[in-house]
Design a protein around this ligand. Structure first.
Ligand SMILES: Nc1ncnc2c1ncn2[C@@H]1O[C@H](COP(=O)(O)OP(=O)(O)O)[C@@H](O)[C@H]1O
Ligand SMILES: [Mg+2]
Length: 247
């Protein structure tokens, strides 16, 4: 079993887009029962997978002592892919987790659910708080999308510094260069630096369409350059998990 977290302290870097695509590939191409758990109150990945908001606001209740995540998990239209959707109640989650006083509550829940879901993909809120601390404790690997900019390189350095200080046994980080546009000279310059070895997802109109169609790229443009890049990313993550012995 593996828990793959798509994490960045920044918003708008491609987390939800990558989370949905990766979960879809784990399920459809990888053949694993897969759970996409949307932990961001903005609910980007829930929305991309066609989920409609539920007035009952139960997403954060899953974390309570008597919470039952299974009751909230819903199937998607894709084989083997299930969703634990976000809602506004997650805004209170950092406070709720702090009150609960269980630093590894998310890890306990993912370990429990791993019996049914050998792949769990966490779409994380763009914060550094109690939720991200719990994500770091629960994840086997942290996928960090970085748009090509010196600010991203700096954000990655800061993240590495914080993880080393506060989570010395943190999971491996897999940085991903996201939204890369080879026509832009500053993107090319950014990629020539320390970001050169990272897997790269191009800036693409196909990926933009995901949000209009509310469907993974592979379902409507499986052979475009961006779909092939996302496929390579999925394969690189699977290879990493296999190396780590958690695949
Ligand atoms: N590689 C890409 N090419 C084009 N648009 C992208 C790409 N990745 C993300 N986007 C768009 O950028 C916006 C932010 O992406 P999103 O996945 O919601 O980021 P986050 O979850 O980090 O906030 C969305 O409108 C999405 O469609
Ligand atoms: Mg998002």
């Amino acid at each position: 079993m593996s828990v793959i977290a798509i994490y960045s302290p920044k918003g708008g870097v491609g987390k939800s887009t990558i989370a949905v695509d990766l979960a879809w590939r784990c399920a459809v191409a990888g053949g694993h029962e897969t759970l996409l758990w949307d932990l961001d109150p903005q609910g980007g990945s829930s929305w991309l997978l066609g989920h409609e908001p539920d007035e009952r606001m139960r997403a954060a209740g899953v974390f309570q002592r008597d919470g039952r995540p299974q009751a909230l998990i819903e199937p998607t239209e894709f084989p083997r892919l299930s969703l634990l959707a976000a809602d506004d109640s997650l805004r209170q989650l950092p406070l709720q987790l702090a009150r609960l006083g269980q630093r590894r509550r998310l890890q306990t829940l993912t370990q429990f659910m791993a019996r049914d879901y050998p792949r769990i993909v966490l779409d994380c809120p763009p914060m550094q708080n109690e939720v991200s601390d719990q994500v770091i404790a629960a994840a086997d690997v942290l996928i960090v999308p970085l748009p090509p900019s010196p600010l991203s390189a700096r954000a990655l350095d800061l993240l590495r510094r914080d993880l080393t200080r506060e989570h010395p046994r943190h999971p491996p980080i897999l940085p991903v260069l996201s939204m890369y546009d080879s026509r832009r000279s500053f993107h090319r310059i950014a990629r020539e630096g320390p970001m050169a070895p990272f897997p790269t997802i191009p800036y693409s109109s196909g990926i933009e369409q995901i949000a209009f169609r509310r469907a993974p790229l592979g379902t409507f443009a499986p052979y475009c350059e961006a779909a092939r890049a996302l496929d390579r990313l999925w394969r690189a993550i699977e290879a990493k998990l296999a190396d780590m012995g958690v695949g």
